[in-house]
Design a protein around this ligand. Structure first.
Ligand code: P6P
Length: 341
């Protein structure tokens, strides 16, 4: 056919159709993932031209349900994802960090759709104007069987019930990392054809590494066992490769993308100022935990596996210790042994 080997370049859609989501039963899920990719491409374009269009990191003057300042692009991203999900007809309802309550779609296609989406449309938005990578994090749950009229309780499912989870990191390139429960794959946006192509398949997180990721400024606010663990990381011990390196971007998606590829431990702990931590269970901790565990890592809240936590509210906060298995096991051992309940 050709005098040279044409390297097959599969789009995310073609790869999923061919491999991990083959078969008619997955048609709606593949279509839902396309709806999320569309909004991801739109957010990527907004970010890349952001500075030209007037800084998108500006404060809108309003605060979200967590009392955090809402930036322009937070709202733009939220609207883009909600519109794409509503018009795609593959999602029955959404929990978004930017919306206090659940959002149910009533159009003919969506109202009986099989899937629910929980999303942080733009995580780390305080970094937008200093060009630090930010990201979208999403979790996909199945609509409970036989439920015609959805309500909040239908979204309150344990993380282990997730059908799929992913994030899109808007950095030097825009990368969409996804698990559908059969390992973790990454797709990179080719801006010239505006399509996501397979870039890494079946990613495995190293079992241990010499990097930990925590806001060291909160050190004296942390529980004592965590302070002891961090001091252990800082000690000089060649046999165990210590001292470890501290890497903290202040953008969960950026810190966890590095940990996924190079190994490491990401910590957002409870502290005296934040007794439950800061990150949200349903659309930050759960999706990231599903991805990291599918890559061979681990995620706990310092006592139990993140994916086994029974949620009580859609914006619930949880401490999280996530990353390379051996590192999470060790820090959890410290915390379990001495954490004051
Ligand atoms: P802190 C961004 O605001 C975010 O939600 C995560 O992306 C990030 O990991 C964390 O908060 C940073 O919080 O308190 O260390 O600035």
């Amino acid at each position: 056919m050709y005098p040279f080997k044409v390297k097959e370049k599969l789009t995310a859609y073609q790869y999923l159709l061919k491999d991990k989501l083959a078969g008619d039963k997955n048609r709606e899920l593949i279509a839902l993932l396309k709806d999320l990719k569309l909004a991801g491409r739109q957010v990527s374009k907004e970010l890349n031209t952001g500075a030209l269009a007037g800084s998108l990191g500006d404060y809108t003057g309003s605060k979200n349900s967590h009392g955090e300042k809402v930036k322009k692009l937070d709202l733009i991203a939220n609207n883009l994802f909600i519109k794409s999900l509503e018009n795609g007809g593959n999602c029955a309802g959404v929990v978004s960090e930017e919306n206090d309550k659940i959002l149910l779609f009533n159009n003919e296609n969506s109202k009986n759709a099989k899937y629910l989406v929980l999303i942080d449309p733009l995580d780390g938005s305080s970094n937008i104007d200093v060009n630090v990578p930010v990201g979208t994090i999403f979790s996909i749950l199945k609509r409970p069987r036989g439920v015609k009229k959805l309500s909040t309780k239908d979204f309150l499912q344990e993380g282990k019930k997730q059908v799929a989870a992913g994030y899109i990191i808007y950095g030097s390139s825009t990368i969409y990392v996804l698990t559908v429960g059969k390992g973790v794959d990454a797709f990179t946006l080719d801006p010239f054809v505006n399509e996501f192509y397979v870039s890494q398949t079946n990613i495995k997180i190293p079992n241990k590494a010499r990097m930990y990721s925590v806001n060291q400024g909160n050190f004296f606010e942390f529980p004592l066992p965590l302070q002891e663990y961090i001091r252990w990381c800082e000690q000089n011990d060649q046999k165990t490769g210590r001292p470890y390196s501290l890497r903290y971007v202040g953008s969960m998606v950026a810190d966890l993308h590095r940990s996924l590829l190079k190994g490491g431990l990401f910590i957002y702990s409870q502290s005296k100022n934040a007794p439950k931590g800061k990150l949200r269970l349903m659309y930050e901790c759960n999706p990231m935990a599903f991805i990291i565990e599918q890559a061979g890592g681990l995620a706990t809240n310092g006592k139990k596996n993140i994916l086994s936590i029974k949620p009580k509210s859609i914006h619930q906060i949880s401490p999280i210790f996530i990353g390379s298995k051996e590192m999470v096991e060790l820090v959890t051992k410290y915390l379990r042994s001495k954490l004051l309940n």
